[in-house]
Design a protein around this ligand. Structure first.
Ligand SMILES: NC(=O)N[C@H]1NC(=O)NC1=O
Length: 174
């Protein structure tokens, strides 16, 4: 999909296509649409990230809270978004054994209790073997530092999702 196509999208189409670049936060795509035209994919990405950076802490924490746990209840219940499902499956989080699932559930709960938002990690850049160690490590960090790290992961996820969308031949159109 080229930028000309992106820049020609009406509001509804843009939000349909880019609404989950940030997990369950279509409001961000809705706000970014107003900034068009975009000169290239980096420019488009910059607007998504600038919106996140400009939010007060409560809004940034709200974005994190829109993310499903890794290997959590929504994965078990089949209620993940298509993007999250693909990412979690790719990292092997759909094939954990019972002990691994329990360990992650405990760590996720500890993390949420400490910071007040779920543990967020770009699953496509990690894997099932690395996630528990990374979670345990980040559990020890000071809250302000951890908020910055978690938002950095949201941006990594968004960058990969944008690349999928902009590279997708099926969406290129005539
Ligand atoms: N909790 C969390 O990190 N969730 C996410 N990570 C990812 O790569 N996709 C998600 O939904």
């Amino acid at each position: 999909m080229d930028m000309e196509k992106v820049n020609s999208m009406d509001f509804g189409e843009f939000v349909d296509v880019f609404g989950n670049v940030v997990e369950r936060c279509p409001l961000i795509a809705a706000a970014v649409w107003s900034q068009r035209p975009f000169c290239n994919s980096e420019d488009l990405e910059k607007h998504f990230f600038a919106f996140i950076d400009a939010l007060p802490q409560s809004g940034q924490e709200g974005i994190l809270r829109c993310h499903p746990d890794l290997a959590g209840r929504e994965l078990q219940q089949g209620t993940l978004t298509a993007e999250s499902r693909r990412e979690q499956r790719g990292a092997g989080l759909m094939s954990l054994d019972a002990a691994e699932r329990l360990r992650l559930a405990e760590l996720n709960a500890q993390y949420r209790a400490r910071f007040g938002f779920p543990f967020v990690l770009a699953a496509r850049l990690s894997d099932r073997a690395a996630v528990p160690g990374e979670l345990a490590r980040r559990l020890q960090r000071p809250p302000a530092e951890e908020l910055r790290t978690a938002l950095g992961e949201v941006k990594k996820i968004g960058r990969l999702r944008l690349a999928d969308l902009l590279g997708a031949a099926g969406l290129a159109g005539p």
